[in-house]
Design a protein around this ligand. Structure first.
Ligand code: MG
Length: 340
């Protein structure tokens, strides 16, 4: 088996600003496996928030490369060795999981994941933090999408929402990205947002403040969804009964296989589920989209926020996800000359 690490800088259409910082590009590594005429692709959309860097991703991918090149049959025994790669490096493990699953399912003429129930896959579209006049322009650009996810967690939160509301009456979801520090102020803000057509609040306060989240949830008119507070399946028990729901991402879970297990477990624990993403190209987004029918809320817009996606896979048409028609494996194709 030939394994190649391919690096690519993804460029954001707009500077991507959250409560914790701003960026205009992402340097990612792709994991490419080739064997017996089939090619599998995986993506590591690492995030500094979770202690990941290009260097840490590379170390883990090199380790997986060594295993697969020494024994190509290891691609069929992922569950035996993938969980033993560093726990903290979930995005790198996700890249390996997605690439190997892509290869195995193509080689055995199967779709990337077993069929999920058929339903319309309406995704929210994210609007990063910006000056109110720019927010209005971004909302106009997002006219194709039925639901917007607005990033808050700043001193200008009310100005941002007022700007959004001048441009649209669409349903909104709000992601504070840990930005609210005081629970009384957070509650006041949630009450204010509830009166303005907001459906849910994601990660209102910093991680680990479950007592404050419980206090808020007893009083909040809107569902509270954990994002930074949830990484892997081991976090679910702790959050059940504290939050209303969790945001499952392949890059936090360590791939499509563990993300599917998380969605299942969350449901049995009475938690609603959002299927989310990082800034990702169509590799990560397409892998996640196979799980989208199983989630209560879909937020798979990472590839829509970049201007140089090297792949074509799941697309978004009129705000709804359309999975690739080439349905063996991941079904993603490289754009000509898009990769080094
Ligand atoms: Mg979030």
């Amino acid at each position: 088996m030939k394994v190649t690490l391919v690096s690519k800088t993804l460029k954001l259409k707009h500077a991507w600003t959250l409560a914790r910082g701003s960026t205009t590009s992402k340097d990612y590594l792709y994991f490419k496996v080739e064997h017996q005429g089939f090619t599998g692709w995986g993506e590591a959309a690492h995030n500094a928030r979770y202690g990941e860097s290009p260097e840490s991703v590379k170390t883990v991918l090199e380790e997986a490369k060594t295993i697969l090149e020494a024994d190509p049959e290891a691609v069929h025994r992922l569950q035996e060795w993938l969980p033993s790669l560093p726990q903290a490096q979930a995005a790198a493990r996700a890249a390996v999981d997605i690439a190997c699953r892509d290869w195995v399912t193509q080689a055995s003429s199967k779709p990337f994941l077993p069929a999920a129930p058929d339903r319309e896959l309406v995704t929210s579209f994210s609007v990063g933090i910006d000056a109110p006049e720019r927010i209005r322009a971004k909302v106009s650009e997002a006219s194709a999408y039925h639901v917007l996810k607005i990033k808050l967690g700043t001193k200008q939160d009310q100005d941002i929402i007022s700007a959004v509301r001048k441009a649209t009456d669409k349903p909104l979801r709000v992601d504070a990205n840990e930005g609210w520090r005081d629970r009384e102020e957070a509650l006041q803000m949630i009450d204010w947002l509830a009166a303005r057509g907001v459906e849910l609040i994601e990660q209102p306060m910093p991680t680990g403040q479950l007592e404050n989240i419980s206090w808020l949830r007893e009083r909040s008119p809107l569902p509270l969804v954990a994002d930074e507070d949830i990484c892997g399946i081991e976090d679910i028990n702790r959050l059940a009964g504290v939050y209303d729901g969790i945001n499952v991402k392949l890059m936090k879970a360590g791939g499509a296989t563990p993300a599917a297990a998380m969605l299942e477990k969350a449901r049995t624990q009475g938690l609603k589920t959002m299927l989310g993403c990082m800034i990702e190209s169509s590799i990560g987004i397409t892998a996640a989209s196979f799980l989208a029918p199983k989630a209560d809320w879909i937020d798979l817009d990472g590839n829509l926020l970049i201007s140089n996606d090297p792949f074509i896979g799941t697309t978004c048409q009129e705000g709804k996800l359309v999975l690739p028609t080439r349905r063996l494996g991941l079904g993603v194709e490289e754009k000509p000359d898009a990769l080094p």
